[in-house]
Ligand binder design. Structure first.
Ligand SMILES: Cc1cc2nc3c(=O)[nH]c(=O)nc-3n(C[C@H](O)[C@H](O)[C@H](O)COP(=O)(O)OP(=O)(O)OC[C@H]3O[C@@H](n4cnc5c(N)ncnc54)[C@H](O)[C@@H]3O)c2cc1C
Length: 261
């Protein structure tokens, strides 16, 4: 069994800035972290290895600085990691990102379960997992909250939906995206940190993973960002304090003024 985790490095801030010319996220000078949902994907891969045996691999597509999240994954217990980095990948939308990841996954080969976070904190489309499955022509189960069992050819899991859970079985290999309910991520051990420091993280470029040139980067990205803007906040909030009765009166009068009471 081989479990491959996709990890994205994201800006460590909610105040994401966008270059008005290129319409791309400004990453220079912004501290970066592992996408929070991807910690749960890493943890689940480690638990799958502990429960059913096998090896764990992490991959990330991004600039050279994204190596940091792969080293962090190794410090948590991941066996191997590969960084996909090439100028040719710049300007990728989710379709080109998932294509790039799928090519690397094919090169790694012999995979059973591909794990992704539910969504990335910056892009937040939640599209990369499903598109990855499409490129690899294998099943996808999104919002997985529990892995019940894994056998040679089958995955049995529980999926979290808005107001109920769904039990599903899927043939392997398959892609899953995970939610926070799935586990409690561990902290790195000292041994893990030392291993991560010494580990070699190979950097794969487009020529290493092959594929169709037209599906990479900007050329392979049908999505075009036409405009990006922040919604204008017209009114400022007002904080009031006092006893519950007084506060209820303040709210009532405010609603009355708006014609809502
Ligand atoms: C037209 C366009 C141009 C863009 N140009 C750029 C650009 O030049 N530079 C740039 O950095 N971004 C660019 N982006 C943003 C980029 O497409 C997304 O950040 C990326 O495709 C991931 O989408 P998402 O953030 O919505 O991830 P989601 O689909 O929300 O992520 C879900 C999960 O997929 C996995 N995942 C997602 N991205 C990666 C990754 N890179 N590596 C490994 N695993 C991953 C993780 O497990 C993650 O939890 C562009 C987007 C568009 C639409």
């Amino acid at each position: 069994m081989k479990y491959i985790v996709c990890i994205k490095q994201v800006p460590d801030t909610m105040d994401v800035k966008v270059d008005p010319e290129t319409k791309r996220i400004v990453r220079e000078g912004v501290p970066s972290i592992m996408n929070p949902y991807d910690y749960y994907a890493v943890e689940e891969a480690l638990r799958l290895k502990e429960r059913f045996g096998g090896t764990t691999v992490a991959i990330s597509m991004g600039p050279l600085q994204a190596e940091a999240v792969l080293r962090e994954a190794i410090s948590l217990g991941i066996d191997e990691a590969y960084l996909l980095s090439d100028r040719a990948f710049a300007g990728s939308d989710t379709l080109a990102t998932s294509y790039t990841l799928s090519q690397a996954i094919k090169k790694i080969g012999d995979f059973s379960i591909i794990l992704c976070g539910r969504e990335a904190m910056d892009g937040s489309t939640g599209q990369v997992g499903p598109e990855l499955a499409e490129h690899l022509e294998i099943p996808i189960i999104t919002y997985v909250s529990k892995i019940v069992n894994v056998s040679e050819n089958q995955l049995e899991c529980v999926r979290l939906l808005e107001d109920h859970y769904e039990s599903l079985k899927s043939p392997l290999p398959a892609v899953i995206t995970v939610v926070k309910e799935i586990n409690e991520p561990r902290l790195p051990s000292l041994k893990g940190m030392l291993k991560a420091k010494k580990a070699t993280v190979p950097v794969w470029t487009k020529s290493d993973i092959g594929g169709n040139d037209a599906q990479y980067g900007q050329d392979g990205s049908p999505t075009k960002v036409v405009e990006i803007w922040r919604p204008e906040i017209k009114k400022e909030g007002k904080i009031v304090s006092g006893e519950p009765d007084q506060l209820a009166e303040v709210i009532y009068q405010a609603l009355k003024k708006l014609g809502a009471a």
